[in-house]
Design a protein around this ligand. Structure first.
Ligand code: DGL
Length: 251
C-alpha cells in the first residue's frame, strides 16, 4: 500500500478537472497532484512529437514527486502520446481518457451522434481505430478548433458565439453528443442551449472506475480515512486558473 504517494493527473489546462471530479467520487481519500499545462495550451493543434515532449516533461515531474499512477486527463494527449509514454516509462501505470464513442455503440447504437473533440484527437490513429470499430454510420465528427481555448479563458459570450456558429446546423439532427475533450463537460448547458435536448457521453466516469480497479489490483489504494488532498500546479503560474479550478471542484 502506498498511502503517501500521490496520483498525478494532467491536462493542457484546467479541463481535466472534469475528470478529477469523477475520480474523487470513487477515490475520496487519495492525494492528487494536478498539473495544468496552460503555458503550452492548446494541445489540440500540436504535432505528435510536440505533445510527446510536453507529456514527457510532465511525467518526469510526477515521477520525481513519487507518484504511484499517472492519469492523462486530456483526450488529445491520450490519443497521441499514451502509447509512447507507456513504452518509455514501464514502471508506472498510465490511465488514459478516450472519447466515449463505444458507449454510444453500447447504449444508443441507432441514434445520430455528434462527436466533439480537438482536431488532434479526431485525426489521431487511436481515435480512428475506435471510430471504425464502433461506427454506427450516423455519426458526425466535429473538430472543434479553438473551443478548449475559449473555455479555458472562461469567456461565456465567446463560448456562446462559437457554439451558435458551429452547432446550429445540427439542431434537431443529433440525439447523442460525445464530449471528446475534457474541457467540454464544463459547457454542457451552453451546448444544450443550441442543440436542444441531447444525451451526453463522457469517458470520465469510466476512467475513474478503471483507475480504481488498477489501484486495487496493484494494492495501491490509500485507505486512510482522511479527505483527499489536491495540489494544483499550473505551468504558467496563473493564479486565476488555480482559483477557477478549485471553484469547479467545489461545485
Ligand atoms: N482538454 C484537452 C482534451 O481533452 C485538450 C484541449 C487542448 O488543449 O486543445 O483534448
Amino acid at each position: 500500500m502506498n498511502e503517501n504517494e500521490a496520483i498525478g493527473i494532467f491536462d493542457s489546462g484546467i479541463g481535466g478537472v472534469t475528470v478529477l471530479k469523477e475520480i474523487l467520487k470513487l477515490l475520496p481519500n487519495e492525494k492528487y497532484i494536478y498539473y495544468s499545462d496552460s503555458k503550452n495550451n492548446p494541445y489540440g493543434d500540436k504535432s505528435d512529437e510536440e505533445i510527446n515532449n510536453l507529456c514527457e516533461n510532465i511525467v518526469e515531474q510526477f515521477i520525481n514527486q513519487n507518484c504511484k499512477v499517472i492519469v492523462i486527463a486530456c483526450n488529445t494527449a491520450s490519443a497521441k502520446s499514451a502509447k509512447y509514454l507507456r513504452k518509455k516509462y514501464k514502471n508506472i501505470p498510465f490511465i488514459a481518457i478516450e472519447p466515449a464513442y463505444k458507449m454510444v455503440y453500447d447504449y444508443a447504437y441507432n441514434e445520430p451522434t455528434l462527436v466533439m473533440a480537438t482536431k488532434g484527437t479526431i485525426e489521431s490513429e487511436k481515435f480512428n481505430l475506435l471510430y471504425h470499430t464502433y461506427d454506427n454510420h450516423k455519426t458526425i465528427l466535429l473538430p472543434c478548433v479553438g473551443l478548449a481555448d475559449i473555455i479555458e479563458e472562461g469567456n461565456k459570450h465567446k463560448i456562446e458565439t462559437y457554439l451558435e456558429a458551429h452547432l446550429e446546423q445540427y439542431k434537431g439532427k443529433v440525439k447523442n453528443v460525445v464530449l471528446g475533450c475534457t474541457h467540454y463537460p464544463l459547457i454542457k448547458e451552453e451546448i444544450k442551449k443550441v442543440l436542444g435536448q441531447v444525451e451526453f457521453f463522457n469517458g470520465a466516469p469510466y476512467l475513474a472506475k478503471h483507475l480504481k480497479q488498477v489501484l486495487e489490483e496493484n494494492d495501491l489504494i490509500c485507505d486512510k480515512n482522511e479527505p483527499s488532498k489536491i495540489q494544483f500546479i499550473d505551468s504558467s503560474n496563473d493564479e486565476q486558473k488555480k482559483k477557477r479550478f478549485f471553484e469547479i471542484i467545489k461545485e
